[in-house]
Ligand binder design. Structure first.
Ligand SMILES: Cc1cc2nc3c(=O)[nH]c(=O)nc-3n(C[C@H](O)[C@H](O)[C@H](O)COP(=O)(O)O)c2cc1C
Length: 169
């Protein structure tokens, strides 16, 4: 038992040395590779959800026909590892970090990767938070992007509630 406790404390030391206790939220935008099929997008999401559950990552992924917008939250070394993989991933390109900051609490703590779409149905919100006539997250400020993802998520939840109510009645 004593040995196990020692091992545990060694592990904790190692983790704190690596910054496991520090939680980062990283938001980025990237260009959608148009060669991606819908199947590929479904695969990305499935892979993200599976890996993130294992790695203690939470977040949201916004997809439209041109761009990806993603928020990932997790331990600092884990987020850094994923960032390397994301930069090398050929399924998207021109990755730009919008924000990376240390957080006290996770915002997306219920989702290993929440899936959101920016499309005609939520165009009103898309335009409200856009800096130009078309949705282009590369032209949006950090706060516009953060508000946009949040609004999109709330809108989707409202829609889901409405749909489930309609199903019940
Ligand atoms: C837009 C986009 C979002 C992604 N999001 C995640 C993610 O949240 N978590 C993850 O593990 N991989 C994500 N990936 C996949 C990674 O780039 C990489 O392929 C994967 O982590 C490798 O997993 P493996 O080491 O298990 O093979 C994403 C890829 C793309 C193109």
């Amino acid at each position: 038992m004593e040995l196990k406790l020692n091992e545990l404390s060694d592990k904790n030391n190692l983790n704190s040395h690596h910054g496991e206790h520090i939680i980062l939220r990283l938001t980025y935008v990237s260009r959608y590779n148009t060669e991606n099929s819908n199947i590929e997008v479904a695969r990305i999401l499935e892979q993200a959800q599976r890996n993130n559950e294992r790695n203690g990552i939470t977040g949201a992924l916004v997809i439209n026909e041109n761009y990806f917008l993603q928020v990932i939250e997790g331990a600092r070394p884990v987020i850094n590892n994923l960032l390397k993989k994301l930069i090398e991933d050929k399924r998207h390109f021109s990755l730009q970090i919008i924000e990376c900051r240390e957080i006290e609490e996770r915002y997306w703590n219920k989702w290993s990767m929440k899936y959101l779409t920016a499309n005609d149905q939520n165009k009103e919100y898309v335009m409200k938070y856009s800096a130009s006539n078309e949705f282009n997250p590369y032209l949006m400020s950090t706060s516009q992007i953060t508000m946009f993802i949040d609004k999109l998520s709330k809108l989707q939840e409202r829609q889901e509630k409405r749909e489930s109510k309609m199903k019940k009645s």
